[in-house]
Write a protein that binds this ligand. Structure first.
Ligand code: FO1
Length: 328
C-alpha cells in the first residue's frame, strides 16, 4: 500500500451509487485516511436531471449529497429525511409540475438555491462545489458534465419522454426501444473529471444502473478515452445479484438494449479494458460465483465477494474489497 492516501474515483448514479460511495468513504476512514474529501472523487450521472416548475432538479447528485451529509430519506430512497410537502400540495393545486412527482419542501430549498446560482451564471460544477460547503461530505462530487444533457426514453413508434416521467409516472412499464442523451456529442466532461481519472490510484464503477446511470457517464465525449488511458485499474461492482437487479428497474433498461439481466452479461456489456472496454475487474456476488469463469474468460478479473450492502458495515467491506482488487 502507498504511504499517502489512495486517490479513488467512483463513477456513480443515485441510490446504489450513494450506498457504495458511503462504503468507500467508510473504508477510507477505516484505513486512517483523515481527509477523505481529498482522497475520494465521485463522478455523478446527470442524465436524470430536469427542469420542473422552473427549478433544476439533479436527482442523482442530490441523492449522493444527501446520503453523504446524512440527511437523506433512507426509507423512500430519495429526497430529505423528515421532509414535508406543503409547497408540493400548492404546486399541485396550481396544476404546476407533474402530479406524480413529489418535491419536498426541504428538497425544494436545494432546487431553488441551485437554480438561483445557475441563473447567476455559475456552472453546475461550481454550484455543486458551493452546495458541498454546507456539509462535511468527505468526498468531492463532480457532475459528469456541465452541459444540460438529459436522458430520453424512445419508444418503438418514435415518440419519446424524459427518463423521469418514464421512471416515476410509468414505473418503467412502457417498453423502451432505446435511451438517448440528445446533444451529448457536443458535451465535455466537467472540469476536473478526466484529470481525476488520470491521477487516480483506482477507478471504481458503482453498482448503479448500467444503462441510465453509468451509461450516460460513459457517453460523455472523452470519458471512455480517459478511462482507457488511466494508469489505475478500473474495478466494477455488479448491480446484479443471483441473476436479479438489486434495486430499481434496471432489468427493463438492460432488456431494452439487448443485455440479459445477469452479472456476466453486464460485465460483457462493459467489456474488458484489455480489448477496448471498461473493466479490469468485476466483483461478482457469491450467488453468481458460477459466472466467474465466463467473466475471467473475457479478460476481466472476477473475484467473488459478498455484494449485499445491507448496512454501513457491509457497504464498507464491499468497498474495501473493491479497493484491494484495484491494488490499493
Ligand atoms: N422518485 C419517485 O419514485 N417519485 C417521486 O415523486 C420522486 C421525486 C423526486 C424528487 C426529487 C428527486 O431528486 C428525486 C425524486 N425521485 C422520485 C427519485 C428519482 O426519480 C429516481 O429514483 C432517480 O432519478 C433514479 O436514479
Amino acid at each position: 500500500m502507498t504511504s499517502r492516501a489512495p486517490r479513488v474515483v467512483v463513477l456513480a448514479g443515485g441510490v446504489g451509487g450513494s450506498r457504495f460511495v458511503l462504503g468507500v468513504r467508510s473504508a477510507l476512514r477505516d484505513r486512517g485516511v483523515a481527509d477523505t474529501a481529498a482522497s475520494l472523487t465521485v463522478v455523478v450521472n446527470t442524465g436524470d436531471d430536469l427542469w420542473l416548475s422552473g427549478v433544476r432538479l439533479q436527482p442523482d447528485v442530490d441523492s449522493i449529497t444527501y446520503a453523504l451529509a446524512g440527511v437523506n430519506d433512507t426509507v423512500r430512497g430519495w429526497g430529505r429525511a423528515g421532509d414535508t410537502e406543503r409547497v408540493n400540495a400548492e404546486l399541485q393545486a396550481w396544476g404546476a409540475g407533474w402530479p406524480w412527482f413529489t418535491l419536498g419542501d426541504l428538497d425544494l430549498g436545494t432546487h431553488l438555491a441551485r437554480t438561483g446560482w445557475l441563473r447567476d451564471g455559475l456552472t453546475p460544477t461550481a454550484v455543486l462545489a458551493r452546495m458541498a460547503e454546507r456539509w462535511p461530505l468527505g468526498a468531492r462530487l463532480l457532475p459528469m458534465t456541465d452541459a444540460e444533457v438529459d436522458t430520453r426514453v424512445v419508444f418503438a413508434d418514435g415518440s419519446d419522454m424524459h427518463f423521469q416521467e418514464w421512471w416515476t409516472r410509468h414505473r418503467a412499464t412502457l417498453a423502451p426501444a432505446r435511451f438517448e442523451n440528445p446533444g451529448i456529442e457536443a458535451a465535455a466532461a466537467a472540469p476536473g473529471v478526466t484529470e481525476a481519472i488520470a491521477a487516480a490510484d483506482v477507478v471504481l464503477v458503482a453498482p448503479s444502473n448500467p444503462v441510465v446511470s453509468i451509461g450516460p457517464i460513459l457517453a460523455v465525449p472523452g470519458m471512455r478515452a480517459a478511462l482507457a488511458a488511466a494508469p489505475a485499474r478500473v474495478v466494477g461492482v455488479s448491480p446484479i445479484i443471483g441473476g436479479e437487479v438489486v434495486r430499481g428497474m434496471a432489468d427493463v433498461c438492460l432488456t431494452a438494449i439487448g443485455v440479459e439481466t445477469s452479472a456476466a452479461a453486464v460485465a460483457a456489456h462493459y467489456g474488458a479494458r484489455s480489448s477496448g472496454g471498461l473493466l479490469d475487474a468485476w466483483l461478482l456476488a457469491e450467488e453468481d460465483a458460477a459466472a466467474a469463469d465466463e467473466v475471467a474468460g473475457r479478460g476481466i478479473h472476477s473475484p467473488v465477494v459478498p455484494l449485499w450492502m445491507t448496512d454501513a458495515a457491509t457497504s464498507a467491506a464491499l468497498a474495501e474489497a473493491a479497493l484491494r482488487t484495484g491494488g490499493v
